[in-house]
Design a protein around this ligand. Sequence first.
Ligand SMILES: CC(C)(COP(=O)(O)OP(=O)(O)OC[C@H]1O[C@@H](n2cnc3c(N)ncnc32)[C@H](O)[C@@H]1OP(=O)(O)O)[C@@H](O)C(=O)NCCC(=O)NCCS
Length: 436
Amino acid sequence: MNTAPLSGIKVVDFTEVQSGPSCTQMLAWLGADVIKIERPGVGDATRKELQFNPDLPSYYFLQLNSDKKSLSLDAKTPDGKEILTKLIKECDIFVENLHPGAMDKLGFSWEAVHKLNPKCIYGTIKGFPVSSKYKDLKAYEPIAQVTAAAASTTGWFEGEYNIPTQSGAALGDSNTGMHLLIGLLAALQQRNNTGEGCYVYQSMHNACLNLCRIKTRDQLTLDKIGYLTQFPQYPNGKFGDCVPRAGNIEGGGVLGWTYKCKPAGDMDSAIDANNYVYVILQRGAKDFELFCQATGFTDWLTNPDFNTADARDRHKQEIYKRVGEWTADKTKFEVTEILGKYGVPVGPVLSTKEIMSDESLYDGNTLVRINQGGEIGEFVTVGCPFTMSNYQPTYGPCPTLGGNTDEILKDLGYTDEQMAEFAKNGTTKPLPDGKM
Ligand SMILES: CC(C)(COP(=O)(O)OP(=O)(O)OC[C@H]1O[C@@H](n2cnc3c(N)ncnc32)[C@H](O)[C@@H]1OP(=O)(O)O)[C@@H](O)C(=O)NCCC(=O)NCCS
């Protein structure tokens, strides 16, 4: 039995870079038939961004376009528009992330596509919600992070590095793709009831802000009482009128911090960048007792400066200092083992190298190896991040630019002569003079 959740769903994928492709790749991994539209001779910009070999597609492209088909198509030519129209008429989902206004200019706005195929669900990614004064701006990852309170609340809170800082996680890009995915799956279910496709608009701003919810929680608290107990500034430092950068606090009410460890003797130890461990002191008395037993800090159990959660918030600098001294002569793995046994939430700071070298993570979903074939061979990527009890995605290669053009056009009923004409008139192949 075919248990692929999206088996039989056809997707026209007019996306590029990261946000849109991350969404359509998930659709493909869930079993949808995804046709990626790419400009003849140009293709997705990421094909040639950050290449490891000038003749080969980059890892950037490879990691975001597995299991798709590529149709080389100029949607600005009359034939290109006709071909796209045919595809839209028989697809379930159309997804795009061009700059604001571009799809309307091409003649494939939500209204136009809805008229062509009322059952088609239309997914859009833009930088900002339509209500925003920035709605017409083009957007990339950092633009989403700086405008959605991610950057202003990330980084160090004092000293020369007290500057807005981006997260290494793609909060504006892949995160937006995953948010759009939720909307598209909801729309598919909704269509089962209404018989009609709807318009799903996902801005990078909103996807990023959705992950900054707790920062808006902190703003509400700050507005009410003027301080935030979980921040290092409490109780002795000053708070302004907005949520400060958090350093490495846990973010909730529990007391967490990153502590330096001794080198683990392998990999990143050489440059000492990631010899750290994250340790959390929970608020409950029982949890605190276990922490004290694990570290040997049993004197804290009767010391009023430490034996309640509120007291610990007021004395967090002393806690940082003592725990830091305790971790200093242990590796991050030793600390994890010691504290983990007592149920203390703890984790080593891991580098990309350490994660990608961990064979236990190649479990079919967490990290996967895709065989691209040819000169590229195998490459590693992050798989479908959830597991399903009755479905296992397979991870196929990425298409070459326009690699499925003939097959797709034939399926649409075009003859060899017509296909030759499309190639000659710039619809499916670049014109010889490079004109678009
Ligand atoms: C990412 C972004 C900044 C790139 O902007 P850009 O360099 O102008 O590139 P676009 O792909 O949007 O558009 C370039 C042109 O190519 C055209 N184009 C793209 N694919 C085409 C195709 N297959 N056929 C014909 N024309 C095509 C577009 O219509 C546009 O033409 P126009 O400038 O005449 O309107 C912009 O697309 C954007 O803001 N997108 C929304 C947010 C987003 O997803 N950002 C990316 C995060 S990873």
